[in-house]
Design a protein around this ligand. Structure first.
Ligand code: AMP
Ligand code: MG
Length: 429
């Protein structure tokens, strides 16, 4: 039997994260599909989108007011003859040219007429019969967006790998795309282990524990852009565990929970080693989640028959797996820190750095140094006045404490005492 822990050390958080990011850069989605724009939210764009015309397609007024020649306003107040009105979306036809001494009444979003080079906002004007009196000068270009200033016709407006949020969807709509090519969601197998673990609906004995990790992971997988595939609970018994791992390797990624600590019945690493797995790390200097495992396994398994009407890419030589610690909060935290970037990469999303925000600490923290901590906390305050405070918890099994929290406070391994009022890193999860 291979001994994974001798070749795959306990890494610092940053090293473990870097290893994951390096491997995430090697994976790719398996196929494309087409979706309606209305159902594209959260999906990953698989085609580059170009502007089908200049944006804006004409010089556009950004204000209600008067389209003028800026040089006509050298002396104030200036009186100009109003020669007409331009609404947004005027019928195509003969557009009058603005001459010296003239103004057009113009609405927000309307095209600037030839000859005009600025718009005076309505609050600096007063209308008297056919004339408008203007009390403020304007610089050329003021209150106008030039044709093509936001994007030139044919230029790239959205690239593949972009997660479709509301702004990207609006941009796709504005370049005339009602259907989009997106990447197929990766299938992520979730395998929970432990003799004590029973299904949510099953009758439960006094020392048994309901399976919560499969459900929290399914939610996280979905949110990260994957499609969770829940496997039956594996007992702490090698043969059945191996069978279920083999099933899990049919998916694009395998997430296991439990069975990765140092206990006599923690069999996950041993079984994976027997299957010729390569381990990149078998622990990270973090809390919660220290025994987290990341590796890959040579792939003899076919990816399954692809559905028709999809562009299917080349098969992969190996499958990645994570062994996440079984304690429920450790499972959730290690998913966020390590599994999420791999799922995002498998879903075709361009890599993005993990960044923490900062908030002021409400009450001091004293803690043993040595591990990077990701502790459940409550972010409160309002607007610019953010404050954060740890929730009291019973350790990494305490789901109730985690569900009362709305973020994780991030404490570097060299800090023992952090004072109230200090700025502290926060992970918004
Ligand atoms: P393990 O990592 O297998 O040593 O498990 C650590 C702790 O997490 C034990 O108290 C387990 O009962 C608990 N645990 C493991 N898997 C699950 C699960 N799927 N749902 C809830 N608790 C779990
Ligand atoms: Mg266990």
């Amino acid at each position: 039997m291979a001994a994974p822990s001798s070749q795959s050390p306990l890494l610092s958080f940053e090293d473990a994260r870097r290893v994951v990011e390096e491997h995430a850069a090697l994976v790719a989605p398996s196929a494309n599909e087409t979706v309606d724009l209305l159902h594209s939210a959260g999906r990953i764009l698989a085609e580059p989108l170009a502007a089908d015309r200049d944006i804006p397609p004409f010089p556009r007024s950004t204000r209600d007011g008067y389209a003028v020649r800026a040089t006509d306003l050298a002396k104030l107040p200036a009186k100009l003859t109003v020669i007409g009105e331009i609404k947004a979306g005027p019928p195509p036809g003969k557009v009058l040219t603005l001459n010296r001494g003239e103004a057009f009444s113009i609405m927000t979003g309307a095209p600037i007429p030839p000859g005009a080079d600025a718009v005076v906002m309505i609050e600096y004007t007063s209308l008297q019969n056919d004339c408008v009196e203007i009390t403020k000068t304007v610089a050329p270009g003021e209150n106008i967006v030039a044709q093509g200033a936001e994007a030139k016709r044919g230029s790239l407006v959205l690239d593949r790998g972009m997660r479709l949020n509301e702004a990207a969807i609006a941009l796709a709509a504005s370049v005339g795309k009602s259907r989009l090519q997106v990447f197929v969601r990766p299938r992520v197998a979730v395998l929970t282990t432990g003799d004590e673990i029973v299904d949510v609906d099953a009758e439960i004995g006094p020392t048994q524990i309901r399976n919560s990790n499969s459900y929290s992971l399914a939610a996280q997988v979905q949110e990260a852009g994957g499609e969770p595939v829940l496997l039956p609970v594996a007992p702490d018994e090698s043969r059945r565990l191996r069978e279920l791992i083999e099933q899990g390797l049919q998916a694009d990624l395998l997430l296991m929970t439990g069975g990765v600590s140092m206990g006599r019945y923690d069999l996950v690493e041993q079984v994976l080693a027997e299957m010729q797995a390569e381990f990149f790390f078998t622990g990270a200097k973090i809390q919660p989640g220290r025994p987290v495992v990341f590796g890959r396994i040579p792939c003899s398994c076919g990816a399954g028959a692809p559905a028709p009407a999809r562009e299917v890419f080349a098969p992969v030589p190996h499958k990645y797996f994570f062994g996440l610690p079984g304690n429920p909060v450790s499972t959730m935290v290690t998913f966020e820190l390590f599994a999420r970037p791999v799922i995002e990469a498998l879903s075709g999303m361009s890599p993005r750095p993990l960044v923490f925000l900062h908030a002021r600490l409400k009450s001091e923290i004293r803690i043993k140094p040595g591990l990077k901590r990701f502790l459940p906390a409550i972010l409160s305050g309002q607007y610019e006045d953010s404050q954060v405070e740890l929730v009291s918890w019973q350790g990494s099994g305490d789901i109730a404490a985690r569900s009362r929290s709305n973020c994780l406070v991030v404490i570097p391994p060299d800090r023992e005492h952090i004072l109230a009022g200090e700025w502290i890193a926060v992970m918004l999860r």
